[in-house]
Design a protein around this ligand. Structure first.
Ligand code: MN
Length: 294
């Protein structure tokens, strides 16, 4: 199933080009703050499946085009991300900081945004903000020290994810945590609809020009190992997000660009880029030039 949040906190299921509102079935409160209801919905999702199936068969629906999609999990307990996780991107960045050497890092949860939200470039003269095409793993079952062999039992589903990044030598968390730097969506596809998570194609275009493409078979740290490594340090909770790392082809985006990400079996989203007026600080005053290694 394709699980969405839409129209200010409602919960829905997308079936073809139709949206079925299941807010009542899952017991979500669109007014709740903080907006953490979806984490419980994900944890308990199997118990809602029969009622959802009935709703899809007999209930009212609205066109997908008529709703405003929101980021599926706005307040996860954690937003974890793997660094350089494809060999071609390691070459491009002349990086030794591979995912199998460094493990994961955290991004600010407040960097999350949805498919209808533009990426706001901070007002940092001379700095490049790069697109990184990735997949989000959505954790469905709590666990610690999860063995790789059981990892997929803890994955609720998948979504498209952009890990936007200011290039530079400053703290990685800082460069990646600006508001709108982690678009996720357009929905969560439940894991039962992805036939083989070790064989997912993904592509990214800027203004229609193909910039990145990869398949999860080429990951340095594969999806089960990502869950194993992350859960060795921290308890994973339902709704936690893990970004899988990007392949080669990263590059700058500018005001007015449209970034399109498409992940096989999952979906596609088109995100606008706008120049913002906020974001300057003393740390980023020193210029930095990004030099591609190959
Ligand atoms: Mn990344």
């Amino acid at each position: 199933m394709k699980l969405i949040r839409f129209n200010e906190g409602r919960v829905g299921i997308v079936d073809g080009e139709r949206v079925f509102d299941v807010t009542d079935i899952v017991g979500a409160d669109p007014q709740a703050w903080p907006p953490t209801d979806i984490c419980r919905v994900i944890r308990d999702f199997d118990s809602f499946r029969p009622a959802i199936a009935t709703r899809l068969a007999t209930g009212a629906s609205v066109p997908l085009q008529a709703v405003r999609l929101q980021t599926p999990v706005p307040w996860p307990n954690k937003l974890m991300a793997y660094p350089v996780n494809y060999h071609d991107h390691a070459v491009e960045m002349a990086s030794r900081g591979l995912a199998n050497v460094q493990g994961y890092f955290l991004k600010s949860n407040s960097s999350l945004c949805g498919p209808a939200d533009p990426i706001e470039l901070p007002a940092l003269a001379g700095r490049e903000v790069h697109h990184e095409c990735e997949i989000a793993l959505v954790i469905g079952k709590e666990g610690r020290q999860i063995p790789a062999g059981k990892a997929l039992e803890h994955v609720f589903g998948f979504a498209c994810l952009l890990d936007m990044t200011i290039r530079g030598k400053e703290e990685r968390v800082f460069r990646k945590s600006y508001d709108t730097f982690t678009p996720v969506g357009p929905w969560i596809v439940t894991a039962d609809e992805v036939p083989d998570s070790a064989n997912i194609n993904m592509k990214l275009w800027v203004n229609g020009e193909l910039r990145q493409q990869a398949n999860t078979r080429d990951l340095i740290v594969d999806i089960p190992q990502m869950v194993a490594i992350a859960s060795s340090a921290s308890t994973l909770y339902p709704g936690d997000l893990i970004a899988t790392g990007t392949p080669a082809g990263v590059g700058p985006v500018r005001d007015g660009d449209v970034v399109t990400i498409e992940v096989e079996h999952i979906g596609r989203m088109e995100i606008k880029v706008v120049q913002g007026t906020r974001g300057a600080n003393v740390v980023f005053e020193k210029p930095y030039e990004f030099v591609r290694a190959s």
